[in-house]
Design a protein around this ligand. Sequence first.
Ligand code: FAD
Length: 433
Amino acid sequence: MSQITRRDLIKIFGASAVASTGLFGASKAAYANNAAHIVVVGGGIGGASFAKYMRLINADVKITIIEPKAEYIFCPGSNEIFSGHETLENLTVNYKTLKNRFKIDVIQDIATEINYEKHEISTSKNGKVAYDKLVVSPGPEFVYDFVDGYNAELAAGDFPHAWKTGPQTMKLKQQMESMRQGGTILISSPRMPYRCPPAPYERASFMAAALEKINPTAKILIMDSKDNYVFKEHFEHYWKDKYGFGTDNARIEWVPSNQGGTIAKLDAANKTVVTANGDKIKADVINIITEEKAGRFASANGLTDKSGWVPFEPKTFASLVHPDVYVMGDMVDANMPKTGYVASNQGKVIATAIHDILAGREPGTPFITNNCVAMAGEDFGMTITATFRYTGEGKGYSVQERRSAVTDNPYTNRVRAEVAKNWQRTFRKDMFS
Ligand SMILES: Cc1cc2nc3c(=O)[nH]c(=O)nc-3n(C[C@H](O)[C@H](O)[C@H](O)COP(=O)(O)OP(=O)(O)OC[C@H]3O[C@@H](n4cnc5c(N)ncnc54)[C@H](O)[C@@H]3O)c2cc1C
């Protein structure tokens, strides 16, 4: 962007606008020509939503996404890969429409260091990129050390967590399919917060559907580091009906933390886990879903606080480190669940806030929703609808939440499952088509 002097600004806006000393006053002057360059770190759900919606409300700004992968694979829907109702190909999208139709530049690279003073971001291969506004959505990092003996190498090998859709998902599916008859799959569900709270239980459900056909005497043991989880009543209702949950012959068993569910150690050589109580459990397939924290990019650039997550100014999602940097998605410390639905809506809030700031307006009051869906089977869906109203107090938002009631009505349960499937389809198209 060319340098604009104070004298130029007075010519354009008059002295009163330039005299404004607040954040929004300063931006009003600097970006009035709408030629700002907005750089986005991460072309996942949050980053892609932001970029597309920023373009839809502002045709003039230059938008560049920095993203290392040529394709993005969605996690929503990925649990159905285990039952054969979904494929990796179907969940994979690319950046062509964002580039060609929405005129968004995509640099295939890893963003490394932010120079807050110079408004520059370094990349691994493409040098430095200058920005006027930086939007950061690189997602979370997986934390292995809560289970002694577990690490990224084991996860990439014989103990996939598959909490990022891709080769690990396919490896876990293959392990499930080639397991001996009557074998056990152990799923370890982590403490909160982690991305998509119902997803470990959804995974167990879709694995159970697959096992029913290929390995009817096999079992799934969910070892939980919590004593409760979202939609517990719904999942158990379905599991009782379909998989004998609560009986000696149950296909799915759930062990809460207060009954010894927390896993403390992995003995990889013997395919055994050791619980926090010291019990040893051998399993044929071990799927330890890790804990999470904000990723390396956020911590290396000082965006995190001691919680390991990223704090932010709640009205605009501006970082507390620098007002021209905006943070979002799974890595932020919000009183909202870490879902794609929320990340996408945070992206829209940031787009409108930046648009307002560029136009010299005070950003409007944000309102965020999470209409999350989950499935226990192709014929059983469940929904949660939550609203997050900006209050400016505490973490910035008040929360109201409603969940679908548990019902035996098969029609209602199937409709909810179809709502979930349709949401996944439209959600993918919303940001990448
Ligand atoms: C099994 C499973 C099921 C799920 N189901 C649902 C669901 O049904 N509904 C729902 O709403 N949510 C669901 N989610 C959660 C959802 O996937 C996440 O909440 C969402 O992806 C978060 O978006 P994000 O932008 O923060 O991160 P991501 O979507 O992970 O995107 C981060 C992007 O940043 C890139 N990146 C990382 N580091 C850098 C760097 N240094 N430089 C440049 N780019 C970088 C990555 O390559 C990636 O493309 C599910 C998650 C899982 C694991």
